[in-house]
Ligand binder design. Structure first.
Ligand code: GLU
Length: 477
């Protein structure tokens, strides 16, 4: 069996699995049943079936946009382009967006979209036509709008698709001065923001760096001390999230990547795998097979079970089930994807003492930077544009005054650190790092403070549910 094709969750649908995780946290919070129902309910779902003429033939496409919560507007979340997308999955992912935004303290409700399509089967012009039609249908029903419902990329989509959506929206509503903010994850020259493409992977890196700053947590997981450079990592999925996370963790933090699990098989090399080289190989050949500097394993499911310190699951939902949970040897599991561990599998992993950095926390980097992009679009101005020269001049003169007083010159490296530009990328990274570190500190505090909080996921849900619940009780019920 291939390790990235197990879309069933131990007899429970994806949204049931999410609800069971939420229930666990709600039980700890002892939340009022009516409030619990209010928080959990998916508020609205739009299903669209639309025809598109491709090479003279009419094809019917199916897509969804689910709004889980509108307690803060806009409702936010990506659109997935994949053949297996279904309404239950879209609703589950929309719910995760509600909790993710609340946890990261990003002022959005939760939404998600999906389009049933294999994007690799279409030429670029046809794909553009399909995406534009889908956008027009969503816009006609009010399911895409800068103030109320803002999509972003998810599996199978990227900046190009977001640019097409923004373009379709602008043609429908040219008088909307904020039309650019109708979608995030756009190319930088089309109203996007520096650092958005790699944001989820970068967020995974910042979160892991923060985790390793807390030696109690490292010990609790049974990991080697000495930081990320001492860890052996297995990663599943070298898509946008997996590729960037693996790249940053190996290049910046010097962790060793010992295996990559992909659709067409896995690569193993205990000496370390060069992510960039594999990525280039995959771009040319479409898979990992044939990559020269590692052992190729066709039955990739077993590679998830190999000896390692950290297992990063960056492919899709339901990858660790009761069928393989017992055989997982990683001490720390990182949910780069949404919902990769089923509820029942998690119970088994907990018995083994495995620590899990849960999806709603660890992959929040994308929506955090989407928030920066959205505010930039509403401001109609690039971050740092007005203040950059002023700040630089101020730093220059402060250094000059200090050098004169000391009668000596600072080394160039120190000077560069002080006058480091407040450009967009630096600001985005600083905001993202701050958010990931702060959220970890908040959830670990709950995890450690209460005996009835068994893990980081329950702690994360407690924090998120508390924030959403506060809104409903104070302002809506
Ligand atoms: N699709 C991403 C997620 O699942 C990003 C969502 C967004 O930026 O709105 O978190």
């Amino acid at each position: 069996m291939n390790a990235i094709e197990v879309p069933t969750g131990n007899g429970h649908s994806f949204s049931e699995n999410v609800d069971r995780l939420v229930d666990k946290a709600m039980a700890v919070l002892n939340i009022d049943p009516a409030l619990a129902q209010t928080i959990k309910a998916c508020q609205s779902v739009l299903q669209i079936r639309f025809p598109v003429k491709i090479h003279g033939e009419v094809e019917i496409f199916t897509g969804w946009r689910a709004i889980h919560s509108e307690h803060m507007l806009p409702s936010k979340g990506g659109i997935r382009f994949a053949t297996f997308v279904n309404q239950d999955e879209v609703e589950a992912l929309a719910a995760l967006m509600t909790y993710k935004c609340a946890l990261a303290d990003v002022p959005f409700g939760g939404a998600k979209g999906g389009l049933v399509i294999d994007p690799t089967k279409y030429e670029e012009d046809d794909l553009r036509k399909i995406v534009s039609h889908f956008t027009r249908h969503m816009a006609a029903k009010g399911f895409i709008h800068p103030a109320t419902n803002v999509p972003a990329p998810d599996m199978g989509a990227g900046p190009r698709e977001m640019a097409w959506m923004a373009d379709a929206y602008r043609h429908l509503f040219p008088e909307d001065i904020n039309s650019q903010a109708c979608v995030t994850g756009k190319p930088v020259d089309q109203g996007g923001i520096e650092g958005r493409t790699e944001a989820t992977g970068r967020g995974v890196q910042y979160a892991l760096q923060e985790f390793f700053r807390h030696t109690d947590d490292v010990r609790k997981a049974g990991l080697r001390e000495g930081g990320l450079s001492q860890q052996q990592i297995v990663i599943q999925g070298l898509g946008n999230v997996g590729y960037h996370a693996a790249k940053f963790l190996t290049e910046d933090d010097r962790a060793t990547l010992v295996a990559i699990v992909e659709r067409d098989g896995a690569l193993v090399n205990t000496e370390g795998i060069d992510v960039e080289k594999v990525h280039k190989h995959m771009q040319v050949s479409g898979g990992v097979h044939g990559y020269p500097d590692a052992t190729y394993v066709e039955n990739s499911a077993h590679v998830l079970e190999m000896d390692c310190d950290i297992l990063i699951l960056a492919a899709m939902e339901n990858q660790i089930t009761t069928g393989n949970a017992e055989r997982i040897r990683a001490r720390l599991i990182v949910e780069g994807a949404n919902g990769p561990i089923t509820f029942d599998a998690e119970t088994m992993l907990k018995k083994q003492g495995t620590v899990i950095l849960p999806d709603l926390y660890i992959n929040a980097g994308g929506v955090v930077v989407s928030y920066f992009e959205w505010t930039k679009n509403l401001a109609h101005m690039r971050f740092g544009k007005m203040g950059r020269r002023f700040m630089q001049a101020r730093a220059d003169s402060a250094i000059e005054i200090l050098e004169q007083a000391m009668g000596d010159r600072f080394p160039e490296t120190i000077k560069q650190g002080v006058i480091k530009e407040a450009d967009e990328l630096n600001l985005v990274r600083s905001g993202l790092e701050d958010t990931m570190c702060e959220a970890y500190q908040e959830i670990r505090a709950i995890w450690h403070a209460r005996d009835d909080v068994p893990d980081l996921r329950t702690a994360a849900y407690i924090l998120a549910i508390d924030r959403v619940g506060h809104y409903y009780t104070e302002y809506a019920l």
